[in-house]
Design a protein. Structure first.
Length: 77
């Protein structure tokens, strides 16, 4: 089991991974189709997308978290 203090960074890593897999796959499919070589093109695209998504998640989180905390109610109404 991992320590609680690593939960948020681990969440961002997994979320970045999943989103970059999905988004790179969709963009490659839309732009080039599903014909021969799709998985190679998808993997190539993913190899660029994942680091960008990871950096974006770690860069945006400190900016977005306070904004969400400000507009989200802490109490159930």
């Amino acid at each position: 089991m991992i320590k609680k203090k690593y939960a948020q960074p681990l969440f961002m890593i997994f979320m970045s991974f999943g989103m970059s897999v999905i988004m790179s796959g969709v963009v490659v499919a839309v732009n080039t189709g599903l014909e021969n070589g799709f998985f190679g093109r998808w993997f190539y695209s993913f190899m660029f997308a994942f680091p960008v998504a990871l950096v974006a998640a770690f860069t945006m989180a400190p900016i977005v978290r306070p904004l969400v905390n400000k507009i989200a109610s802490k109490e159930e109404q």
